[in-house]
Design a protein around this ligand. Structure first.
Ligand code: KG4
Ligand code: ZN
Length: 354
């Protein structure tokens, strides 16, 4: 098959992001060519609320999506008619924001008779590794973002098995909520990462629960409470913010590192390839620790770690043969469906509602 043009649309949370790429669905070992990629981050707008307000985020997507699409087509020098497939995040995410992207994808599909691929945002985060480094299957995926933290065994672009998950907060949430307690602004992951660089990570102990649970289960709500207790017991004049950030970050990173070993054990793979994706994969301490401990660890490029349209277009390309024709597709799902695309298509064939 020849190269195909894919339009990717991402609006699951607070980033509106559009990408157009060119790639060959029969040659998934060659990174696709990114023709254009434009995003609008609502970080600044949402900072004053201290987090994402779904209703406000949805309105911002609505305002930004059309100009971003125009910009993306202009830069890529392709026309809507040239697009072979539209990929859009349908799950998981915030319902209002998801609706904006899905409506946009459906409109393009309807008007131009294009097929659409409904994209699982979580799988797209991990598979974004292939935008720069082709990785052979199987691999262990560590997905660490603002909303999710999990270990997966990935055996093909459509086969993901969960090895471990968080029972409460995600790693990114722990960074963001911790940063809020420390008055550092939103989102706080990058800020804590920067401050921690000149702090002492061994200065304070912030305990993490579930570390000895014997499985790959994560839990981050306790560490945030430990930080709150620490702040209440100590005024800022008696601690150095850099030390607190470094110690708090170390607790989160060490938990991810320790449970990765468990996830590998559960997977049955020996010395596997590891792929780390999602916003928290930008974290420098996490990168250093995993690089020191594992031989075959690959990090998604930082620009493709936080929510972006390129990872959606890329995953649509990788699941090209599983695309659904309008209008047989595209309902949305806040929580995400952990069934493979194959199962989904099977269900659809049997007439079940997706
Ligand atoms: O993947 P993402 O854009 O959104 C979700 O799908 O949830 O991830 C956003 C998360 C935020 O919690 C943010 O604080 C965190 O990624 N993050 C970081 C860093 N950069 C972004 N966390 C730790 N260190 C960083 N350098
Ligand atoms: Zn994400």
């Amino acid at each position: 098959m020849t190269e195909k043009i894919i339009l990717g649309i991402e609006t699951s949370c607070d980033d509106t992001s559009i990408a157009i790429l060119k790639g060959n669905p029969d040659d998934l070992n060659t990174p696709p060519q990114l023709l254009s990629h434009h995003s609008f981050s609502q970080e600044m707008m949402l900072a004053k609320w201290g987090g994402v307000v779904p209703e406000i985020a949805a309105r911002n997507h609505l305002e930004k999506i059309a100009p971003l699409i125009k910009k993306a087509f202009d830069e890529a020098k392709v026309k809507v008619e040239d697009v072979d497939l539209v990929g859009v995040t349908t799950h998981p995410g915030l319902l209002g924001p998801l609706l904006t992207g899905i409506n946009c994808a459906k409109t393009i599909a309807l008007m131009h008779q294009k097929p659409v691929n409904s994209i699982n945002h979580l799988y797209a985060h991990l598979e974004a590794i292939h935008l720069s480094t082709p990785i052979a299957y199987p691999y262990i995926g560590l997905l660490v973002s603002g909303g999710h933290s999990m270990y997966l065994k990935v055996t093909s672009p459509t086969d993901f098995e969960i090895l471990g998950n968080t029972i409460d907060d995600a790693a990114g949430e722990a960074f963001d909520k911790g940063g809020k307690l420390l008055g550092l602004g939103y989102p706080a992951g990058r800020i804590i990462d920067d401050l921690a660089k000149s702090g002492d990570a061994k200065k304070y102990k912030f305990p993490i629960s579930m570390l000895d649970s014997g499985d790959a289960t994560l839990s981050f709500s306790g560490v945030k409470t430990a930080l709150r207790n620490f702040i209440e017991a100590n005024t800022e004049s008696v601690f150095k913010m850099e030390d607190v950030c470094a110690s708090y970050q170390e607790a989160i990173v060490e938990a991810l590192n320790k449970k990765l070993a468990k996830a590998i054990e559960i997977s049955g793979l020996k010395n596997p390839r590891i792929v780390v994706g999602g916003g928290v994969a930008c974290n420098s301490a996490l990168r250093n620790k995993l690089k020191n401990n594992y031989e075959h660890v690959h990090f998604v490029e930082p620009r493709f770690c936080t929510d972006n349209g390129a990872m959606i277009a890329n995953y649509a390309l990788r699941t090209y043969y599983h695309s659904l024709s309008f209008p047989d597709c595209l309902s949305l799902d806040a929580r995400g469906q952990f069934v493979s695309k194959k199962e989904k298509l099977e269900k659809q064939r049997k007439g079940a509602k997706l």
